[in-house]
Design a protein. Structure first.
Length: 266
């Protein structure tokens, strides 16, 4: 049963990737858009899809169909946590998909960094599931199936640190991946707009990792008293990304005007 669910997730990810590639190839691409250098789905991407599929399999609330209505209700309590985790992992997968479509890199540094990303994702699954399942249980007034607490107050800062380290590590790896693409900008023949986009993407992931570090610092130094603040600090993502991409968007528009006028192609 476990293998069948994992296979379905893996096949689903591969089909989505192929459909996105086909759709992008068939559409008229703007001359100022980032050119996709990735061709067919590589073995590296297929392997990554398998790992992402397995990670999503580990999030499944239950591997068996509930035999009673009470068992169904217990399983449904984890639905909200599963949904949040599914969305977060899907966003990581989509960032991974876009990166390999844009650059199509298969060098040794990319392979190593990709393996590091997959390792962190696998590590990230259980803390992610535990945290959001816990939050969902608290909002429904039940901390565990037996009604007792599943975590002590003194353990909350450690949970936030574990979650924050995983969050931070994922975006640090993405930052390094974009820096590796920037290092090979001449080999990839990136034009001026693509170079700007590469730096902007690296900067956005660096900012996200900084927010993770900020949260970890609050949980570590603030202890139980400020563990809630450590969690709410992730709301800075919305504000920070809005400001960051607003600034980058304005700069890119000016570059686009120069690019379309033929003033600079590199």
């Amino acid at each position: 049963m476990f293998d069948e669910i994992e296979l379905l997730f893996r096949q689903g990810k591969s089909m989505i990737r192929e459909q996105l590639i086909e759709k992008a190839s068939s559409n008229n691409v703007s001359p100022t858009a980032f050119r996709w250098r990735g061709g067919d789905v590589s073995r590296l991407e297929s392997f990554s899809d398998a790992v992402f599929g397995f990670a999503l399999t580990l999030l499944v609330v239950s591997l068996e169909v509930p035999h009673t209505f009470d068992a169904l209700l217990i399983a449904m309590r984890g639905f909200v946590g599963f949904a949040v985790c599914f969305v977060l992992l899907s966003l990581v997968w989509y960032d991974h998909y876009v990166y390999f479509r844009q650059y199509g890199l298969r060098d040794s540094a990319t392979v190593v960094l990709n393996l590091c990303l997959l390792f962190v994702v696998m590590f990230y699954v259980f803390p992610l599931k535990f945290l959001f399942t816990l939050l969902a249980s608290i909002t429904t007034g039940m901390n565990s199936q037996s009604g007792g607490p599943v975590i002590q107050n003194s353990q909350v800062p450690t949970l936030m640190i574990i979650y924050g380290v995983g969050f931070m590590a994922i975006h640090i790896v993405f930052t390094l991946m974009y820096m590796n693409a920037w290092r090979q900008r001449d080999l990839l023949a990136l034009n001026r707009l693509e170079r700007f986009d590469t730096r902007a993407s690296a900067g956005s992931h660096l900012m996200l990792s900084s927010i993770g570090l900020f949260s970890v610092s609050i949980a570590y130094f603030g202890g139980v008293r400020y563990s809630g603040v450590a969690g709410f600090s992730y709301f800075l993502i919305g504000l920070g990304m809005s400001v960051y991409w607003s600034i980058c968007g304005g700069r890119r528009q000016r570059l686009e005007k120069a690019f379309t006028l033929g003033e600079d192609s590199l």
